[in-house]
Design a protein around this ligand. Structure first.
Ligand code: BG6
Length: 287
């Protein structure tokens, strides 16, 4: 684990009034903030750009509450694919900063979830998991999991990225055409037949999907690229669900959309003993 005294001057460890700790990055190329709980990036603003991530203005008072916005890590299960807390144990566990490197255009950070923290919550499982952030003119998040046990273990996961939009009613998402998806609200598998627009709650897992996804919002164009992922989750809670969500303002659904690099549903993996898998998302602006 890195000590505060080992940190380069561009990085600082800060705490909010509730004692929640963050790594604050202040570099000429990028400003960012990552909560140690959940290894959760909540802010990323490359120089000269608008923010790449949406973050709820509602700050939870209990330090162990999940934060709403940024890129929560859903691990080692997505949503309710297993019994236990929704989206797994990673987002409410404390991670350790184990590496930090600063270059002229890029900041690299690596955090690990201590194996004993995992075993305490999942006594029958043995995993090593770390996340790498590459902060530059775009944001890259890579989550690497190794099965350190003696039997195959099942993994499903998502990099639950909340992206900022000017007005959800004007958003168009391209790159999904012809792709089959599980509509979690209808309980049906359907096919995307036109660019995706939003006029109600959307909660879908797109399957066998490769390639980039573009989010067109006003004069802004975000692009999400993935690796190690053949499923992608699209989510907007819309008005009624927004009112029930924790840490979410009633009109928050208007300014965000989640595009999540995933291994979800049938894209969940079974890792053999000693096997590793890396899930990557890259969030940037397209021309
Ligand atoms: O409220 P949570 O646990 O952060 O989950 C938010 C949403 O996350 C999405 O990834 C799921 O597809 C939704 O079903 C879920 O509602």
């Amino acid at each position: 684990m890195l000590e505060t005294s080992d940190l380069p001057p561009e990085l600082r460890l800060v705490a909010n009034e509730h004692g929640r700790q963050f790594i604050h990055v202040d570099h000429p190329a990028v400003q960012a903030r990552i909560a140690l709980q959940g290894a959760h990036i909540i802010q990323c603003r490359p120089a000269g750009q608008r923010p790449l991530l949406w973050m709820s203005p509602t700050d939870p008072c209990k330090p162990d509450t999940a934060l709403r916005g940024g890129v929560p890590l859903c691990w080692p299960w997505f949503a309710d694919e297993r019994e236990g807390p929704a989206h797994g144990i990673a987002r409410t566990s404390n991670w350790d900063l184990v590496d930090a490197r600063v270059e002229s255009e890029t900041v690299h950070l690596m955090l690990e979830l201590a194996p004993e923290t995992i075993t305490r919550q999942l006594p029958d499982e043995a995993w090593v998991v770390w996340v790498e952030f590459r902060l530059a003119h775009e944001l890259e998040v890579g989550l690497t999991t190794t099965n350190t046990g003696t039997r195959p273990q099942r993994l499903s996961q998502a990099l639950h990225s909340y992206l900022p939009v000017t007005d959800i009613a004007d958003v168009e998402i391209t790159g999904l055409l012809g792709c089959a998806y599980i509509d979690k609200l209808q309980g049906a598998t359907l096919v995307q037949e036109a660019p995706l627009r939003f006029a109600q709650e959307v909660d879908r897992i797109y399957l066998d999907h490769h390639g980039d996804i573009d989010i067109h919002t006003g004069d802004d164009h975000l692009r999400v690229s993935r690796a190690g992922s053949e499923s992608v989750v699209l989510w907007n809670p819309w008005q009624a669900k927004a009112a029930r969500l924790s840490q979410f303002p009633p009109d928050g659904y208007r300014t965000m959309v989640c595009v999540e690099a995933a291994n979800a549903g049938p894209d969940g993996r079974v890792l053999a003993p000693g096997e590793s898998h890396t899930l990557v998302t890259r969030i940037g602006r397209s021309a």
